[in-house]
Write a protein that binds this ligand. Structure first.
Ligand code: TRP
Length: 437
């Protein structure tokens, strides 16, 4: 790549060589050089920069950007790819087909999932742990995904589940005031309950309300194993990070250990009960750290099952952002909003019907098709759309229309379930009580 310095050198040379020419000729030569040499080179430099920065991927619990190469992420993090034989084993042990998110490769990485399956096969107990940082009034489809998947795991393995609402996290990271963070947390709990979790086997808790007693004892034990250097290298903290940021990872880690919960939740307090955490891959750093400290505290390392990210309506590189309501479909969007948003999604369809028929759609760039592959459960219909749309016999309009139907139905079902969630139900889910019964 030509550097800017080199271009300036070249420019000086042009001026030098021109000392004996008339001002008119000089002007002419300069313009010619600007047009023919500098301008194309600058353009090239800028283009190179652009492709470099857009291909550079960042995946941390705080920032996800660039075009994500998911194979690279697991290599970097050191987790393992979920293969067919592991999925087969899940199906065999649960006597049911794997969830679409698993069989279509959306949950694609794991740590020690095989050990959890061994444990289940022996007839031993394990529990599930997941969570949500309450940053918005209502959830969008992407937020719903880990919960829908967790619900499937709970049903398939018939195990207890704890869900942490990290109202403290959003106060620390998003500078939400704590009252708002608590309120959003409770609102989000309603959306979570509406996913259909087993009320007798699910405990939902807010960090603010729960950190104390056994839980706090474990937070301190964990935090005492983590040096400032370790926190800095794991999370990219610098000297400016507040000490609240330093302590929070231990708060997110603690629910991975069964002894963090009051005796009544997990009856045999002395016994370590293995834990499986369904989450998006950006949460891996928290649990890498948790797994590092576990043996030092005589705890079992939590196992993980990790997903890719749900794409934004604006395309694979766009982040679904809370400040841009049009980048995602929210669970409280009206049927009209859903239609409008889906119609404006980025697609891989061709510019005109003729080209579409000739070349077919670029499915890997097509957000409506990708959304269908999450939410359209019928494998045969999805396969049909893939073929017809990919080979140009179906139009973008047809695919969008089908997606509008599918999403509207999901959102409508969720809306009704949520309307039926009462404050008493929220309190019941959030009361510590014996699970495993
Ligand atoms: N940090 C997560 C978020 O920002 C919330 C969370 C807490 C979580 N504990 C978890 C997510 C366990 C997955 C698994 O939303």
């Amino acid at each position: 790549m030509e550097t800017i310095e080199k271009m300036i050198e070249d420019f000086k040379k042009v001026l030098d060589d021109s000392t004996h020419t008339s001002p008119e000729t000089l002007k002419h030569e300069m313009i010619q050089w600007l047009d023919e040499t500098l301008s194309p080179r600058l353009k090239q430099v800028l283009e190179e920069r652009e492709t470099q920065s857009s291909s550079e991927q960042t995946v941390t619990p705080f920032v996800v950007s660039g075009k994500i190469d998911y194979e690279k992420v697991i290599l970097k993090f050191g987790c393992t790819k979920i293969d067919e034989s592991l999925i087969d084993r899940v199906e065999r042990l649960t006597s049911r087909g794997a969830h679409v998110f698993l069989r279509r490769g959306f949950f694609y990485a794991h740590r020690d999932l095989d050990k959890i399956l061994d444990c289940h096969e022996r007839g031993d107990k394990f529990y599930l742990y997941t969570g949500r940082g309450p940053s918005s009034e209502s959830l969008h489809l992407g937020h719903l995904i880990p919960f829908l998947f967790t619900k499937y795991l709970q049903e398939a393995f018939k195990v207890p589940l704890v869900i942490q609402i990290t109202d403290d996290e959003k106060k620390i990271w998003k500078k939400l005031n704590k009252e708002k963070s608590k309120r959003l947390g409770r609102e989000n709990v309603k959306d979570i309950i509406a996913c259909g979790f087993d009320a007798s086997n699910t405990f939902i808790f807010s960090s603010y309300a729960t950190v104390g007693g056994k839980f706090y004892e474990n937070v301190v034990e964990i935090a005492d194993c983590v040096t400032v250097n370790k926190a800095n290298s794991t999370f990219g903290f610098t000297g400016e990070a507040s000490t609240a940021k330093m302590i929070f990872p231990s708060v997110q880690a603690a629910p991975s250990f069964s002894s963090s919960f009051p005796h009544k939740l997990f009856p045999d307090e002395k016994k370590n009960i293995p834990c499986l955490i369904p989450c998006a891959i950006d949460q891996d750093p928290y649990f890498r750290l948790t797994r590092d400290v576990a043996p030092r505290l005589d705890f079992i390392k939590p196992a993980l099952i990790e997903s890719k990210f749900f794409p934004a309506l604006r395309g694979n590189n766009g982040k679904m952002s809370a400040s841009d309501a049009n980048s995602a479909i929210y669970i409280n969007d009206s049927a009209k909003d859903i239609k409008r948003k889906i119609n404006s999604a980025v697609t891989g369809g061709r510019d005109n019907l003729e080209d579409q028929k000739k070349y077919g759609a670029k499915l890997e760039e097509d957000i409506p098709f990708q959304y269908l592959s999450f939410f359209l459960e019928d494998d045969a219909e999805l396969e049909h759309i893939k073929k017809e749309y990919g080979e140009g016999r179906m139009t973008t309009g047809d695919v969008k229309k089908r997606l509008v139907q599918v999403v509207t139905e999901i959102v409508e079902r969720h809306r009704m379930a949520r309307a039926a969630v009462t404050d008493e139900m929220v309190d019941a889910f959030m009361t510590p009580r014996p699970l495993f019964e």
